[in-house]
Ligand binder design. Sequence first.
Ligand SMILES: N[C@@H](CCC(=O)N[C@@H](CS)C(=O)NCC(=O)O)C(=O)O
Length: 208
Amino acid sequence: MGKKSSDYILYGHPVSGNTYKVALMLSLCSIDYDFEIVDLPAGANLNPEFLEMNPLGKIPVFRHGSLLLRQSHDVLRYLASQTKLFGPNNWDEEARIGDWIGFSVDFLSYGLARLRFELLFGSGKGPIYDYFKTSADRGLSLLEAHLKKHQWLACDRPTIADISVYPVMTYLTDGGYETSDFSGISLWMEHFQSLPGFGIQSRLMPTV
Ligand SMILES: N[C@@H](CCC(=O)N[C@@H](CS)C(=O)NCC(=O)O)C(=O)O
């Protein structure tokens, strides 16, 4: 692992949506970070050195000084609390943000993100794709209905709820959907992309 220049180190992989969530938050908060690639296709997430940081063998892992965080959503919450940006102002907001973070896991990690994985890196269309499509369809329809009525997910401003959901929405086409079928989601994505500090996945997590 190379020389570090920043207090913040993000260990992940350029094609990982969960890593992108953290990279986006850092960028939107104007925080410099070092990006260390964990070679997922080569199984580097299961090397002893990596397992010492995260026994679950999953990316991302985030280091700030002596603090290690092993869950993307913990990093979003941690940085929101450190910077006072994109976080909740009270418990009602906390709960609404939590609902969307739960949505992101329940309907996206086990929905659209799995469809994209099957089409790009897995077995293509087939029983696994069909299994996760039911959940993806349900999640997309919930999200589209919400965004037809609201500009942002949890509050009347962008929060870590939006930062958690946005990365997976960039996989709509790769997951087998047409963006034009989701006008609410598309408009919200445009608003999101105009936030200062926004960057696309390949810019925030370069391969070299
Ligand atoms: N709950 C974790 C999920 C992390 C996760 O699923 N990461 C994937 C890449 S996006 C991974 O490491 N997969 C490798 C494996 O399961 O072996 C988080 O949100 O950070």
